[in-house]
Design a protein around this ligand. Structure first.
Ligand code: C2E
Ligand code: CA
Ligand code: CA
Length: 400
């Protein structure tokens, strides 16, 4: 792009000479008048360098280059003049519509040197502009982030969050338990999924508060369903690694459970496998504390990242949740199928039960069953449900 040149002159002989001389070194196009030049830029532009003769019958070179400047301000514009037009050429340079002028007859080396200079100038200006744009984009991104953070903080204070509950079913397709999934009901932006705000909460340190809010809602819900006698199995809560590592986590957990009168038998903590890679001793201690409270521990998103079947033995968990990415790749007799079957049999030999996430089709369900899956979760069975829908689901699943 930086060597695209347009040469405009009404003398055919001049154009032929220029073309012969320059076509090997530059991508050069020619036009015989200002009007033709403008049409060419419109059609094939932008050009990085435009060189124009001064004296042309209708639109002269100065007028033409002024128009080029309006149309493509970044183009480097050079005027070719006779000795008699020097005053006008200098005037055009001073007015800013021309960068440089050359006088006729112009030796080929001088023309080449001018074009080279112009091409370099063009890339320099272009590069600077791009850098300026990038830094402008960054400023906008930063401003957006600050704005989102302010909104998230306010949303926590105003409690604009709601838990949805997605059923997990056993191999026969019967209800087993729920996973609680958070939604942000923003008055200005509508319902927002956790993938949009959990990372921001984690990056800004708001996750402890947000996680506490979720845990609290789930305990309130469990207490409510216990009161009315709806058998919800367990409620699984997602715990961010950062939340888990907080020194106050065990006390906050105890206080919340005590306040709502729920015990660990009602709960399951979903912790991503990657969390168990980081701060290992703290995490191991937390897992022990959860187990002491009879809270089940599920290893979430198993299989993504640096997982290994070998590590399953080291992590003290009750459940493994095979990530959706594996379920998507399930096909009869495929490598994907054998990987899933191997995870299931390895987990079973360690006394760990296995849940498959993101089950969307009858075929996936059939293959998972064949591989010995314990539980399944996904749109094939049910979307995440709001409380009233989850209650209706529970009542329905209870009836024979
Ligand atoms: P996750 O724990 O892996 O949750 C499963 C996600 O998969 C949910 O997305 C769920 O709606 C979605 N899903 C369920 N079945 C299907 C299916 O068949 N197909 C597809 N394509 N997706 C399915 P969601 O609700 O957007 O949650 C995303 C992630 O946000 C969760 O992933 C979890 O890591 C995090 N999250 C959700 N709630 C909380 C929370 O209260 N606290 C924390 N710390 N993280 C949460
Ligand atoms: Ca989860
Ligand atoms: Ca998951």
């Amino acid at each position: 792009m930086s060597d695209k040149i347009l040469f405009v002159d009404d003398e055919a002989l001049m154009l032929q000479g220029v073309e012969r001389l320059l076509h090997k070194r530059f991508r050069i196009n020619c036009a015989m008048s200002g009007e033709e030049g403008l049409a060419e830029i419109e059609r094939n532009g932008p050009y990085c360098v435009v060189i124009s003769d001064m004296k042309m019958p209708k639109m002269d070179g100065v007028q033409f280059l002024k128009r080029v400047k309006q149309q493509e301000p970044e183009t480097i514009r050079i005027l070719l003049t006779g000795h008699a037009d020097l005053a006008s050429a200098i005037e055009a340079v001073n007015q800013g519509s021309v960068f440089r002028f050359l006088t006729k007859p112009c030796p080929p080396e001088e023309l080449c040197e001018a074009i080279n200079w112009a091409a370099k100038e063009y890339s320099r200006v272009h590069h600077e502009k791009r850098i300026l744009n990038e830094s402008y984009d960054r400023q906008i991104r930063e401003a957006e982030l600050t704005q989102n953070l302010v909104a998230l903080r306010a949303a926590i204070v105003a409690d604009e969050f709601e838990m949805y509950y997605q059923p997990l079913v056993n191999a026969e397709g019967r209800f087993s338990s729920f996973e609680a999934l958070m939604r942000w009901n923003s008055p200005s932006r509508g319902r927002i999924g956790p993938s949009e705000f959990v990372p921001l909460a984690e990056a800004s340190g708001l996750i402890a508060e947000l996680g506490h809010l979720a845990l609290n809602k789930v305990c309130v819900q469990a207490a409510q369903w216990l009161r009315v006698g709806l058998p919800f199995g367990r409620l699984a809560v997602n715990i961010s690694p950062l939340q888990l590592e907080e020194a106050t986590f065990p006390d906050t957990l105890d206080a919340t459970m005590k306040q709502e009168g729920v015990d660990g038998n009602c709960l399951c903590a979903e912790i991503t496998e990657s969390a168990c890679l980081g701060c290992e001793t703290v995490v191991a201690q937390r897992l022990k504390q959860l187990a002491q409270r009879n809270i089940l521990i599920a290893l979430d998103d198993f299989g993504v990242g640096h997982s290994s079947l070998g590590r399953l033995q080291e992590i003290n968990c009750d459940v493994v949740k095979i990530d959706r990415a594996f379920v998507m790749r399930l096909e009869e007799g495929s490598a994907g199928y054998h990987v899933v079957a191997a995870i299931i049999s390895m987990a079973h030999s360690l006394g760990i039960s296995v849940v498959a996430e993101g089950v969307e089709t009858a075929e996936q369900c059939r293959l998972l069953r064949e591989a010995g899956i314990d539980k399944m979760q996904g749109y094939y069975f049910s979307m995440p449900l709001k409380v009233s829908e989850a209650e209706a689901y529970l009542r329905l699943s209870r009836s024979p």
